[in-house]
Write a protein that binds this ligand. Structure first.
Ligand code: ADP
Ligand code: MG
Length: 254
């Protein structure tokens, strides 16, 4: 029997607030409808919001996991995750941000190796800071997905990041232009953007996916891509998420 190996996908950005966490949740919803066992790991260690967005308990968090590994009392991965539904499990960010700087990047590889055996997809939420944790997790990922907004500073920073990837000969990154979180901005056309960042936008989350009442869904712990009303009223965006999810799965491991 072949050993299962999850696709590890890290969602990141070059500035804060671009829609990473919302996209992680929406992609998790989409992967679950594609029948993929999905683990979300919240590595936005200082201000994680996955558990709160899903209304789940954060007892199973990255700090508890790392602490048990370092004390040699870690047993089975299933004892360190919280189920959201029958396909989506979560490892929350630490309850207390003061625990965040006690988390050493050296444990990430063992966590991902163990989790890989139990899931089809591991989705990692991050913050936009380039620190040891984020660099390590990006290195361990099959795909790195940048969520960018249509705004000049974000595009300029993305351009710099792309040139770093090109220098390093790393090609396992994708760019999602998220027009739903700041739909009032449309400074640049796709053509302009391509010229600014000197690369292609791989996918777009359209402005039509702006959900005015998004906070209500967050308070209810709901994932937008699993909500009947949203599915019925945002067919195009749903198609987009399916396309993004299935093409991320198809990318070859590098
Ligand atoms: N499709 C959307 N419609 C309306 N608001 C959105 C949408 N996606 C994201 N937002 C809002 O944009 C803000 C930033 O999103 P978030 O996912 O938390 O970004 P990040 O994780 O990058 O900080 C949040 O207030 C969120 O509610
Ligand atoms: Mg976030």
């Amino acid at each position: 029997m072949a050993i299962n190996k999850a696709k590890i996908i890290t969602i990141t950005s070059v500035k804060g607030g671009t829609g990473k966490t919302t996209t992680v949740l929406n992609l998790a919803g989409t992967f679950s409808t594609l029948d993929k066992r999905t683990l979300i790991i919240d590595l936005d260690l200082y201000s994680g919001s996955i558990a709160a967005s899903l209304n789940i308990n954060d007892d199973n968090n990255v700090y508890r996991l790392v602490n048990d590994i370092s004390n040699n009392v870690f047993d089975y991965m299933e004892n360190y995750v919280t189920a959201y539904n029958d396909k989506i499990d979560v490892i929350a960010a630490p309850k207390d941000p003061r625990m965040a700087n006690k988390i050493s990047s050296k444990y990430l590889s063992i966590i991902l190796t163990r989790a890989s055996m139990r899931y089809d997809v591991i989705l990692i939420d991050t913050n936009h800071v380039i620190d040891e944790i984020n660099l390590t997790v990006m290195d361990l990922s099959d795909e790195i997905v940048y969520i960018i907004n249509n705004d000049p500073m974000d595009l300029k920073n993305m351009k710099t990041m792309i040139s770093i990837y090109k220098d390093m000969d790393k090609e396992n990154y994708k760019i999602i232009l998220n027009e739903s979180a700041d739909r009032l901005r449309d400074y640049f056309t796709k053509y302009d953007i391509k010229n600014i960042i000197k690369d292609n936008i791989d996918y777009t989350i359209p402005a039509s996916f702006y959900i005015k009442t998004i906070d209500k869904y967050v308070l209810d712990g709901q994932i937008l891509t699993l909500n009947k009303n949203i599915i019925a009223t945002h067919k195009n965006a749903m198609k987009n998420f399916k396309m993004i999810a299935s093409s991320l799965l198809k990318e070859k491991d590098k």
